[in-house]
Design a protein around this ligand. Sequence first.
Ligand SMILES: Nc1nc2c(c(=O)[nH]1)N[C@H]1C(S)=C(S)[C@@H](COP(=O)(O)O)O[C@H]1N2
Ligand SMILES: [Mo]
Length: 224
Amino acid sequence: MIMPERARGIILLGAAAALALAPTPSRGQEAAKAKTVELREYQGEKLDPIGRFSENSIIGPRRVDIKAYRLKVGGLVDRPMSLTYDEVLARPSKSRVIVIHCVEGWAVKVLWEGVPLAALIDAAGAKPSANTVIFRSADGYSSSLPLAYIRQKDILLAFKMNGLTMPEERGFPFEVAAEGKWGYKWAKWVETIELSDNPDFRGYWESRGFNNNGDLSGPRFEKR
Ligand SMILES: Nc1nc2c(c(=O)[nH]1)N[C@H]1C(S)=C(S)[C@@H](COP(=O)(O)O)O[C@H]1N2
Ligand SMILES: [Mo]
């Protein structure tokens, strides 16, 4: 087609404008999409849907008011901390596929994303006498883990499951992803992380007879 120079220029300008206006997804839209689509596979590994859990927490799901929420790190530390949800999420995080097993007989394989607990504890500065970490939750639940295990296994304080913000019924805002331990060691709705020098502290289920070490490989119940 032959047309005057000026007309061709206008058509080119029009094409450029159309391209600029084309509905390419914005970063915000991409982020919103990423938040709503559950991952079902990670690095070639199939994941279970997070809806497969059976809700069996002691008094039912908690609804945490995230504006008022503070994660406290205290007890035997040099610098007690009180962090907002955003302050925790701003820290470096890691992702790992881990199966959670409940003593009731079910297991779910999920991609967990969270902040390494050891880094949080180091930021607060654990005193040399600290050897146990006690987690206390919004529903009055508690459970503990050895500090050495948290460091060796690089245990995560999880805030995402299968790429989604942790659902309320699963423990929003944070759940301890206690790899290698029974589900009762995976404290949900965590509010305080307390460094202690008492390895015999017994949490909710542990004080009701479940093994305090919680190892998947060990016996569920302890002879007392
Ligand atoms: N705060 C809190 N955390 C908790 C529990 C609970 O009752 N309260 N139950 C534990 C148990 S026994 C299991 S198996 C896992 C997963 O429980 P869910 O299936 O109820 O999510 O959460 C653990 N963490
Ligand atoms: Mo459980």
